[in-house]
Design a binder for this molecule. Structure first.
Ligand SMILES: Nc1ncnc2c1ncn2[C@@H]1O[C@H](COP(=O)(O)OP(=O)(O)OP(=O)(O)O)[C@@H](O)[C@H]1O
Ligand SMILES: [Mg+2]
Length: 246
């Protein structure tokens, strides 16, 4: 298996905190930046794959579209290889909620793990369990891809009240104090209807309202993630930029 791509796993122990929302929008942010991005959908509900079907039906050639590979867990490795053979720079694995074995499998291949949680105790209380899963990944399989012992992970707060500003910092501090196992990402996503409505019509928030608040939150989160990865500008973007300068 080659190691050309950067792999992000979106996992958790709850249903509905925003794993697929993160996967779709971060993949779209990577595409917007000129990267070849691929979502691998590990969820039998196939929410990301269904989103891609709706997107294809829009028949809007200007839309840049991440590829989506829907796969059974036993074929995850092959799905990653297929994505890499197709020059994927960024692979995002979307996993189902309440399936610890699949969360752990996704984390096994990941450089970075994102754990979206809603700001509710029932969600926050899962952070320790998710940490335990990440610690239990198959080190032998990771070493085959020259991955470090355990992937880096961040909790991503999702669905915060859009007008919460000062409270947000205290919520993040409280989580870091009470649930210190996984660091909290400094960037969060607000509860904004467009996250749902854009997905319903096969779009990302970046396509639907490129200058809107949700798009800005996704870009900030994406930048934070990329700054923590080895993902460099894709060659064709560098070449395009150098050609413009010449
Ligand atoms: N920041 C947000 N603002 C508003 N709605 C959101 C936000 N994030 C997610 N949602 C909505 O919450 C619902 C669940 O989100 P999503 O499907 O991404 O969660 P999930 O973790 O993938 O769920 P599952 O565990 O079932 O796979 C969806 O209807 C989605 O549109
Ligand atoms: Mg989902």
């Amino acid at each position: 298996m080659s190691q050309s791509s950067h792999i992000i796993a979106v996992i958790g122990q709850k249903g509905g905190p925003g794993k697929t929302t993160l996967a779709i929008n971060l993949a779209s942010a990577a595409t917007e930046q000129g990267f070849v991005s691929v979502i691998i959908d590990l969820d039998p509900q196939a929410t990301a794959a269904n989103w891609k079907d709706r997107r294809d039906q829009l028949k809007e050639p200007a839309l840049q579209t991440p590829a989506v590979i829907s796969t059974a867990p036993g074929r995850l490795r092959q799905a990653i290889e297929t994505a890499e053979q197709n020059a994927a720079d960024c692979i995002i694995i979307d996993s189902p909620g309440k399936a610890d074995n699949l969360a752990m499998l996704a984390a096994t291949y990941a450089d970075l793990v994102l754990v979206p949680v809603e700001p509710r105790m029932s969600n926050l209380e899962t952070i320790e369990g998710v940490h335990t899963l990440i610690q239990a990944v198959d080190i032998k399989q990771r070493s085959e891809r020259s991955r470090s012992q355990n992937p880096t992970a961040f909790v991503v707060l999702n669905k915060l009240h859009p007008s919460a500003t000062t409270q947000v910092d205290s919520i993040k501090r409280m989580i870091a104090d009470v649930f210190p196992q996984i660091p909290v990402c400094p960037h969060h996503l607000s509860q904004l209807d467009i996250f749902g409505t854009s997905q319903d019509i096969g779009k990302s928030v970046l396509d639907d309202q490129p200058k809107g608040r949700a798009a800005e939150e996704i870009r900030q989160l994406y930048k934070f993630i990329i700054d923590r990865t080895a993902l460099e500008k894709p060659h064709h973007v560098q070449n395009r930029k150098s050609a413009k300068r010449a």
